[in-house]
Design a protein around this ligand. Structure first.
Ligand code: NDP
Length: 329
């Protein structure tokens, strides 16, 4: 059946400007790290993208290596775009990244100009696109001069293969230096993508300050801590959960009694607020306006609906924030 987007799709979502740029991103964005690979069910992925777009989620985040196998999430998304979204490309912000291992030899990872340019050409082919909206350097490279990596990002924008550039997993110091170079080149950094959730608060130690100073937006990845900050694991490991599946990125060992104890207390507080824990976790990441967008993953359409539902109750009292800090201590 031909997809036709919901005419009310912009009514429930809020959009935030990314740093000092002109680009607005939805408060909730959808990432395709898991559940869109060659091993996954195409129709489920297709249904999730359609539902997300109908709920006002305009931003979809990928990387060269998402799958498995690596590259297959871009191929899946390219097929969904072709089947359903040809009429909506200008309403979508699509990102991809390079930096992690993708192909053998010295050019298949890290941050050389050779890697960044070749990888994006491969990504564009898999996606079936002429350009992506945001191109990220996925992780800092200790060997390549930062000047070379940033020049490659600038070149790619000048070639029209990306509209904006971003950084991921860079430290506050590396971000500051990279931002300085990018500004000088005339391609300011749009956004930084750090891991940030109630269980991973590292960006509060300097990164968010640097982003504010530099006028760079932020998009928090794994805001549900890969599913731990939901009701998923409160009563054991569900067979259809990430921890039960083949992903090496969430092993049952991570679900310690100490972590689950915190999750139970957070779950009680969420219930008092009239929210699911997953919704409170997203509202918390977005609290105070320092984070542009919360970048979720999903395995089911209902999880995307849950996430957007978080925006109905975005505010916290001082007491609630203190209670959360106390639980997380
Ligand atoms: P989340 O922390 O949002 O975890 C998503 C998972 O949580 C889902 O796949 C699902 O797992 C579970 N979940 C989501 N909603 C609910 C719900 N309402 N109820 C119960 N369970 C729920 O994010 P991800 O770890 O998936 O990462 C999100 C995105 O961030 C990635 O797709 C990618 O775009 C980006 N990312 C970037 C990285 C980088 O280095 N730049 C690294 C990692 C991620 P289940 O399968 O159990 O249903």
């Amino acid at each position: 059946m031909v997809y036709s987007a919901d005419s009310q799709r912009y009514d429930m979502m809020t959009y935030h400007r990314s740093g000092e740029s002109g680009l607005k991103l939805p408060a909730i964005s959808l990432g395709l790290w898991h559940n869109f690979g060659g091993i996954d069910t195409f129709e489920n992925g297709r249904a999730m993208i359609a539902r997300a777009f109908d709920l006002g989620i305009t931003h979809f985040d990928l990387a060269n290596n998402y799958g498995p196998p690596p590259g297959s999430a871009e191929t899946t998304f390219g097929n969904i775009l072709k089947a359903d979204f040809a009429a909506y490309r200008d309403e979508m912000i699509i990102s991809t990244k390079a930096g992690y291992y993708m192909w053998p030899g010295p050019y298949g990872e890290w941050g050389s100009k050779k890697n960044l340019v070749s990888s994006l050409d491969q990504s564009l082919k898999r996606l079936g696109l002429d350009y992506v909206d945001i191109y990220y350097h996925h992780r800092p490279d200790p060997d390549t001069p930062l000047e070379e990596t940033m020049s490659a990002l600038d070149l790619i924008v000048r070639q029209g293969k990306a509209l904006y550039v971003g950084l991921s997993n860079y430290s506050p110091e590396q971000t500051k230096e990279a931002s300085r170079i990018l500004k000088r080149l005339g391609t300011p950094c749009l956004i930084h993508q750090p891991q940030y959730s109630m269980l991973t608060r590292r960006p509060e130690n300097g990164l968010l300050d640097v982003l504010e100073e530099e006028g760079i937006g932020s998009i928090a990845f794994s805001p549900l801590h890969k599913g731990i900050l939901t009701d998923r694991y409160l009563n054991g490991i569900a067979p259809d959960s990430r921890a039960a599946g083949p992903s090496v990125f969430l092993r049952p060992e991570e679900l310690t009694e100490q972590t689950l104890g915190k999750v139970r207390l957070l779950n009680e507080l969420a219930a008092e607020r009239g929210q699911k824990l997953s919704q409170m976790a997203l509202a918390w990441v977005l609290r105070g306006g320092r984070v542009t967008s919360a970048l979720i993953g999903a395995s089911k359409v209902g999880q995307i609906e849950d996430a957007v539902g978080a925006l109905r109750q975005p505010n916290f009292s001082i007491e609630e924030l203190a209670r959360i800090d106390e639980i997380l201590k």
